[in-house]
Design a protein around this ligand. Structure first.
Ligand code: TMP
Length: 204
């Protein structure tokens, strides 16, 4: 049986990584096999791409996009697809929607092309559920302790990314579920678990 692909998306400091780990812990306690993974960077090629992306900001928008897509192609082939074929639940911290939100809405590249490129990089793989942890980027950036190329981009850029995500949720309401990430972690986790349970019920 094919596994279940759940992705987590959101602006910087939205708490995706924490929620992914807590959801995984909860599912494992129920005896399910879970792979937690992230983009960019969860393969040996990906780790080098991540390093490049975080440190070298002299690049065109398309160069940046193709680096994310190269990372994604490798990640799908080497990590996500094999785990799904083993019937596991895959929790992926960022995936195709990040490219639409950041490179499409943030940098202004054409959405249609990005969607086609995502489709090529993933070989048509679409998440079963996407948890969109929505927070005002100003609050998110305050929470985030990092100082990479991405955090240094303007608040305006991050606002566009947020609107991009909300636009995606409107386009695909059955897949992309918006969670208010400004709530206390416990509330965010409860809502996330409820949505994951619903996806599991459809899957079983
Ligand atoms: P992270 O903060 O979740 O580790 O992700 C690293 C950065 O990469 C984050 O600022 C979002 C950005 N990103 C894109 O711009 N496009 C993408 O397709 C992906 C996967 C991430």
């Amino acid at each position: 049986m094919r596994g279940l692909l759940i992705t987590l998306e959101g602006v910087e400091g939205s708490g995706k990584t924490t929620v992914a780990n807590l959801v995984a812990e909860n599912l494992r306690q129920k005896g399910l096999t879970v792979t937690v993974t992230a983009e960019p960077g969860d393969t040996s090629v990906g780790r080098q791409i991540r390093q490049l992306l975080a440190t070298i900001d002299e690049r065109t928008a398309w160069t940046e996009t193709f680096l994310f897509l190269a990372d994604r192609a490798e990640h799908v082939a080497k990590v996500i697809k094999p785990a799904l074929e083993r019937g596991e639940i895959v929790l992926c911290d960022r995936f195709t929607d990040s490219t639409i939100a950041y490179q499409g809405f943030g940098l202004g590249l054409p959405l249609e092309w990005l969607m086609q490129l995502n489709n090529i990089a993933t070989n048509g793989l679409v998440p079963d559920l996407t948890l969109l942890l929505d927070i005002d980027p100003e609050a998110g950036l305050k929470r985030s302790q990092r100082e990479t190329v991405f955090e240094r981009r303007s608040l305006d850029f991050h606002q566009r990314v947020r609107w991009g995500y909300l636009w995606l949720a409107k386009q695909e309401p059955h897949r992309v579920k918006v969670i208010d990430a400004s709530q206390p972690l416990e509330a965010v986790l409860t809502q996330s678990l409820r949505l994951v349970e619903e996806a599991l019920a459809r899957w079983r």
